[in-house]
Ligand binder design. Structure first.
Ligand SMILES: *Cc1c(COP(=O)(O)O)cnc(C)c1O
Length: 427
C-alpha cells in the first residue's frame, strides 16, 4: 500500500510523525499481517468504512466491546441523552448504581464492584486487593494470557507482545517481574508445582484465554485452579475482560460453573465507551477505600456516558441474544472450516460462544506454545486477501474474532465466500 495516495496512507504518514508507530495501541498498526493500518471514518452495525470510502464486514468490533455492532441507535441515543445532562461530575450518579446492580445480578460470584476506566486499571487494582487480603506478593499467570499492560503482568503476555517479538518489555522493574510466576495454560502438573513452590496471592486466569487466540480450558482445568487456590490460600481471579457478558449472560464463570473469588470485566462492560470494573465477594470488596484501607480511585470511573452505553447494551443482552451470538459464532466457524478444507488448507477453528480463532495449524491449540506454532505468515497473507475483499479480520493470529448481534447470516456467508477466495489465492 505504501507509495499510494490513499487517504489512509496519507494519514498514516502524518501519524508516524506524532504517534509512536502511528497508533495509540500496537495491534492497530497491522504490522503482524505485513501491511499498513486502515484509518476508519465510521461504522454502522456490522460494517465499518475507511477514510477512502471502502466498506468492510468488521470482525474486530473494537476488540470486543461492540457486541451490538457499531453505532447501535439505542446506545447512541442513551449516550447522547447522558451527554446533554453533563459528561462527568466526579460525584455519584444513579446510572452507576443501576449498572453495578445489573453486573452483580449477572455474574454469579460477584456481590460488589468497583468501576475503572480501563481493563488494565482494573487488573492492576484487583492484584493490589489480592495482595492486601492475602499478605502475599506473588501472582501466578499463564503464558500467553494478557491482562492489560500492568508491569508485573507483561511477561509472556500474548497477542500484542507476541507479534511484536517483545518477550516482556523494557522498563518493567525486576521486582515487578519477579513477583510473577508463569506456567503454561491447560497444564495441571505445572500449576500444581507452581502452587507448591510459591506462596501465591492470586491465581490469575482468563477463564477462556482469548489473547493467544481462543484456547478454551480443558475439562477440569478451571476446577483444578479453584481447588488449588482454596487449598493454598490464594485467591482465584478470573480476568473476564473479554469473556464476561459475552460468552454467556454471566460470563465464563456461568458457562463453566466455576466461581472465582474476584472477577475483572471490561470491553462489553463499557458498551463501546471506556469502562471496566472488578468485583467479587462483599467482604473482599469492602477492603477497597473508602469502605476499607486499600486505596484505588479514578477521576472518570463510573463515567455517565460509559454507564449509559453499558446499560443500553446490557438491556439487550437476554437469553435470545446469547443464543443468537453463539449461533453466529458456530456458523462462521463451520464456514471457515469448510472453506479451508476445500482449499486443502490445514485450519483449526477454536470457538466458545461469541469468540473464535482460525489457527493456521492442523492440530488443536491447547496452550500458547501450540498457538505460536501456527503459520503466521499464511495467516497474514490470508488477512491481507480478506481486506481486499471487504472483510476486516483481527490483524494477528493471536487474537479472537468478535462476532456481534449486528452480524447477519448474509455477513457470515459473504465472509465465508471471501475466505474461500482468499484461501484459493494462497495456494
Ligand atoms: C483487553 C484486555 C485487558 C485490558 O483492557 P484495556 O481496557 O485494554 O486496558 C485485560 N484483560 C484482558 C483479558 C483483555 O482482553
Amino acid at each position: 500500500m505504501s507509495g499510494t495516495t490513499t487517504r489512509s496512507a496519507e494519514l498514516y504518514a502524518r501519524a508516524l510523525r506524532v504517534l509512536p508507530g502511528g497508533v495509540n495501541s500496537p495491534v492497530r498498526a497491522m504490522r503482524s499481517i505485513g501491511r499498513e493500518p486502515l484509518f476508519i471514518a465510521s461504522g454502522s452495525g456490522s460494517r465499518i468504512r475507511d477514510v477512502d470510502g471502502r466498506e468492510y464486514i468488521d470482525w474486530v468490533g473494537s476488540w470486543g466491546p461492540l457486541i451490538l455492532g457499531h453505532a447501535d441507535p439505542e446506545v447512541v441515543a442513551a449516550v447522547s441523552a447522558a451527554a446533554q445532562r453533563g459528561t462527568s461530575f466526579g460525584a455519584p450518579t444513579e446510572s452507576e448504581v443501576l449498572l453495578a446492580e445489573e453486573i452483580v445480578e449477572r455474574l454469579p460470584s460477584v456481590e460488589m464492584v468497583r468501576m475503572t476506566s480501563s481493563g488494565t486499571e482494573a487488573t492492576m487494582s484487583v492484584l493490589r486487593l489480592a495482595r492486601a487480603v492475602t499478605g502475599r506478593e506473588r501472582i501466578l499467570k499463564f503464558s500467553g494470557a494478557y491482562h492489560g499492560h500492568v508491569d508485573g503482568l507483561l511477561a509472556e503476555a500474548g497477542s500484542g507482545l507476541a507479534t511484536q517479538g517483545i518477550p516482556a518489555s523494557p522498563g518493567v522493574s525486576e521486582s515487578a517481574a519477579a513477583a510473577t510466576v508463569i506456567v503454561p495454560w491447560n497444564d495441571p502438573e505445572a500449576v500444581r508445582a507452581a502452587c507448591d513452590a510459591h506462596p501465591l496471592a492470586a491465581i490469575l486466569a482468563e477463564p477462556v484465554p482469548a489473547n493467544m487466540g481462543v484456547v478454551p480450558p480443558l475439562a477440569g482445568f478451571l476446577e483444578l485452579l479453584r481447588e488449588l487456590a482454596t487449598s493454598t490460600g490464594a485467591l482465584l481471579v478470573f480476568d473476564e475482560v473479554i469473556t464476561g457478558l459475552r460468552v454467556a449472560r454471566g460470563g465464563a464463570q456461568e458457562l463453566y460453573q466455576v466461581m472465582p473469588d474476584l472477577t475483572v470485566i471490561g470491553k462489553v462492560a463499557g458498551g463501546g465507551l471506556p469502562a471496566a470494573a472488578y468485583g467479587g465477594r462483599r467482604e473482599l470488596l469492602e477492603r477497597i477505600a473508602p469502605a476499607g484501607d486499600v486505596y484505588q480511585a479514578g477521576t472518570l470511573a463510573g463515567n455517565p456516558l460509559a454507564t449509559a452505553a453499558a446499560l443500553a447494551t446490557l438491556r439487550r443482552l437476554d437469553a435470545a441474544a446469547y443464543a443468537r451470538l453463539a449461533a453466529v459464532t458456530e456458523r462462521l466457524a463451520a464456514g471457515l472450516r469448510e472453506a479451508a478444507a476445500s482449499a486443502g488448507r490445514g485450519l483449526q477453528v477454536q470457538t466458545v460462544p461469541g469468540l473464535l480463532t482460525p489457527f493456521f495449524r492442523l492440530e488443536s491449540v491447547r496452550d500458547f506454545g501450540d498457538a505460536a506454532r501456527s503459520d503466521q505468515d499464511a495467516y497474514g497473507a490470508w488477512c491481507r486477501a480478506l481486506l481486499e475483499r471487504g472483510v476486516y479480520p483481527p490483524a494477528s493470529q493471536f487474537e479472537a474474532w468478535f462476532p456481534s448481534l449486528a452480524h447477519s447470516d448474509e455477513d457470515v456467508e459473504l465472509t465465508v465466500q471471501a475466505a474461500a477466495d482468499a484461501f484459493a489465492e494462497l495456494t
